[in-house]
Design a protein around this ligand. Structure first.
Ligand code: NDP
Length: 296
C-alpha cells in the first residue's frame, strides 16, 4: 500500500486498552486513516464514532494497512493475536512492554512470516500521548531503514528515540530506565517510612525529597557514565566509598530507631561494603555496577 505526498499513512492498531486507545486518538486527530481491532469489541465503539474503521477480526485489521501497530498486554497476547493473520509484506511495530529476548524472538518470528519488525518501548503514560509538551517518547529498535520510513507516523502520538539495529535494544532501554525508577521508588518509600510516625507533614516533606532526588540524580548519572567509559573510578570523586561505608551505621541505626525495616537499604549497603573489600576506598560508587554484572 503506497501513499502519495501529503496523504497520511494508514495505520492498523491492535489493542485498545488504556494505551492503545490513547494512541488511536492521536492518529485520528492527526488525520491518519485508522483501522482498529480489540479482543473485547465494546472498547472499539467510541473510536468508531471518532472516525476509526473497526475490524471484526485481527486478520481483517492486519489486511487493512501495511503498517500494523500492536499495543496488547504482553508478548503472549501478540503471538495469540497475530498467529491467524497474514503478515506477508507488513510492517509490524510492536509497542508491547517485554524483555529484550522476547523482542528479538518476536522480530525473528515476524520476519519468518514475511513481515518487517520494529520494537518499541513506551516511556509515557496514556495522558502524555498526543501531548508533545508532556515529554513522553518511545524507544525504537530494529531496522533503521524501517524506522526512518515510518518515523513521521510514529512521531504523532509521542516523541521517538531510535536506539539501534538490535531488536532487543528498545526493550533494554525501557527496562533499564524503569528499573532505575523502581530503585528511586524504594528510596522514596524508605524516606517516607522514616518520618511516618512523627509529627512531620508528608506533604511539606515531599518537595524536599523530590528536589533532593533530582539534584542527586543530575549530579551522579553523568559522573557514573564517564567513569564507566574511562575505567577510572577515582577521578572527580567528592564522596568517596570509604566515607560512605563508614556512614552506613547511621542509616541502619536511624531506621531501627524509627521502627523502620532496613530491607530496601540493606542490600545496597552490603554491595558498598563488598566493593570496599575488593576495590579502593577512594572510588566513587561506580564500582558497584561491576559487582552486579555476572562474569559472562
Ligand atoms: P490494558 O490492560 O489497558 O489493555 C490491555 C490490552 O491487551 C487490551 O486491549 C486487551 O484486550 C488486550 N489483551 C490482553 N490479553 C489479550 C489476549 N490474550 N489476546 C488479545 N488481546 C489481549 O493495557 P495498556 O493499554 O495500558 O498497555 C498495553 C501495553 O502498553 C502493555 O504492554 C503495557 O506494558 C504498555 N505500556 C502501558 C503504559 C501505561 O501506562 N498504560 C505505559 C507504557 C507502556 P481486552 O480489552 O479484550 O481485554
Amino acid at each position: 500500500m503506497t501513499t502519495t505526498p501529503g496523504e497520511k499513512t494508514p495505520v492498523t492498531l491492535l489493542g485498545l486498552g488504556a494505551m492503545g486507545t490513547a494512541l488511536a486518538r492521536a492518529w485520528l486527530a492527526a488525520g491518519h486513516p485508522l483501522t482498529v481491532w480489540n479482543r473485547t469489541p465494546a472498547r472499539a465503539e467510541p473510536l468508531a464514532a471518532e472516525g476509526a474503521k473497526v475490524a471484526g477480526t485481527a486478520a481483517e485489521a492486519v489486511a487493512a494497512s501495511s503498517l500494523i501497530v500492536v499495543c496488547l498486554l504482553d508478548d503472549a497476547s501478540v503471538e495469540e493475536t497475530l498467529a491467524g493473520t497474514d503478515l506477508t509484506g507488513k510492517d509490524v511495530v510492536d509497542l508491547v512492554t517485554g524483555t529484550p529476548a522476547e523482542a528479538r524472538d518476536r522480530a525473528a518470528w515476524a520476519e519468518e512470516r514475511g513481515a518487517r519488525h520494529l520494537d518499541g518501548g513506551i516511556m509515557a503514560v496514556p495522558p502524555m500521548i498526543g501531548v508533545p509538551e508532556a515529554g513522553g517518547y518511545v524507544f525504537y529498535s530494529g531496522s533503521r531503514e524501517l524506522f526512518e520510513e515510518h518515523e513521521a507516523t510514529l512521531a504523532v502520538p509521542a516523541g521517538t528515540r531510535y536506539v539501534g539495529e538490535d531488536a532487543g535494544f528498545a526493550a533494554l532501554h525501557d527496562v533499564a530506565l524503569l528499573s532505575a525508577m523502581y530503585g528511586m521508588f524504594a528510596g522514596v518509600a524508605h524516606a517516607f517510612a522514616l518520618i511516618r510516625r512523627e509529627d512531620i507533614d508528608p506533604v511539606a516533606f515531599a518537595p524536599l525529597l523530590g528536589d533532593w532526588i533530582g539534584a542527586m540524580a543530575g549530579a551522579s548519572v553523568g559522573q557514573t557514565a564517564r567513569q564507566l567509559r574511562s575505567g577510572d573510578y577515582t577521578t572527580g570523586v567528592v564522596s568517596n566509598l570509604a566515607m560512605q561505608v563508614a556512614g552506613t551505621p547511621t542509616f541502619m541505626d536511624t531506621a531501627a530507631g524509627q521502627g523502620v525495616s532496613p530491607e530496601l537499604l540493606a542490600p545496597y549497603f552490603a554491595l558498598m561494603r563488598r566493593r570496599l573489600d575488593v576495590g579502593s576506598g577512594e572510588e566513587d560508587l561506580t564500582g558497584l555496577v561491576d559487582l552486579l554484572v555476572h562474569e559472562g
